[in-house]
Design a protein around this ligand. Structure first.
Ligand code: PAF
Length: 284
């Protein structure tokens, strides 16, 4: 695996690979690589000749009071994980390389970004959009791989790629979970041992919603209440949202119909750590 720090050097490599008609699979990350990332890298390997992973903690997607400074950074371990998972090139630019001081362009995405994560983290998806457009322009991947864990992010990315005619196919890969059901995430490192045990409650909340849906529940408020009731059995939990929504556009009909493809969306604080999760459900 080669580690590349500059846009100039990765441009040269990509141009060379493109001339050879190589299929490029790209896994953008903020580092702190874990089993979730490994599964994306493995999917990338299946579909591509060359796998490129980026490691860049993107400042523009963090709000002023968010965890940019304390976000886990573990480049040495990331290199090991990337090598173990057949990455060919690891792109690790500096902040200045990506955002020279004269950067003036921003990107705004309507609708999808005013709700749920977008509403609670103003500017977050604009930052995600900006970095991804930059990385897609630099890497020019045939495929780019994202985890379903960040469900709203996957919708935003697909929308940007469609609206801006980016020639990259977006592949969404399943969430990887611990045996407790907790979705694996870089931010899980913020949890104490005790909180880690408790965090399986997000999965249990989604299971309880699935349970009542299987028994015939169609009413959105009742399904949301089922998730909230489970979550609120833990005094350390503060709910940002726990909602069943249409998977396509995150809208919230009062009653669901047969054939509706929906997603349970959760964001909670467990102690000081914010956790998100989701699960897709089709109504029959
Ligand atoms: O999901 C992430 O880790 C980040 O939002 C991404 C896609 C790498 C952009 O910085």
């Amino acid at each position: 695996m080669k580690i590349i720090n500059t846009i100039e050097e990765i441009n040269e490599i990509i141009n060379h690979l493109k001339k050879q008609n190589k299929i490029i699979g790209f896994v953008p990350t903020m580092g702190a690589l874990h089993k979730g990332h490994a599964s994306l890298l493995n999917e990338a390997k299946k579909l591509s000749d060359i796998v490129v992973a980026s490691v860049f903690v993107n400042p523009t997607q963090f709000g002023p009071n968010e965890d940019y400074n304390k976000y886990p950074r573990s480049l040495e371990n990331d290199i090991v994980v990337a090598e173990e998972n057949n990455v060919d090139y690891m792109f690790v630019p500096s902040t200045l390389e990506i955002y020279p001081t004269n950067t003036l362009t921003t990107i705004h995405i309507n609708k999808l970004t005013n709700i749920f994560e977008g509403k609670l983290r103003p500017g977050h998806f604009e930052g995600v959009g900006l970095i991804l457009i930059k990385l897609f322009n630099i890497i020019k991947p045939n495929y780019a791989f994202f985890g379903q864990k960040d469900y709203q992010q996957t919708l935003v990315v697909k929308q940007i790629v469609k609206d801006l005619n980016v020639d990259t196919k977006i592949i969404v890969c399943p969430t990887i979970r611990l045996t407790s059901g907790l979705a694996i995430s870089s931010r899980n490192t913020y949890l104490s041992e005790d909180e880690l045990q408790q965090a399986g409650i997000l999965f249990k909340a989604m299971e309880s919603a699935k349970d009542i849906i299987e028994k015939g529940e169609r009413n959105r408020s009742n399904i949301n209440a089922a998730m909230r009731n489970v979550l609120l059995t833990n005094k350390n939990i503060k709910i940002d949202y726990a909602s069943i929504v249409m998977a396509e556009d995150l809208t919230e009909p009062n009653i669901f119909q047969p054939g509706d493809i929906t997603v349970l969306l959760l964001a909670v604080y467990l102690g000081n750590t914010r956790l998100i999760d989701n699960s897709l459900i089709t109504f029959y």
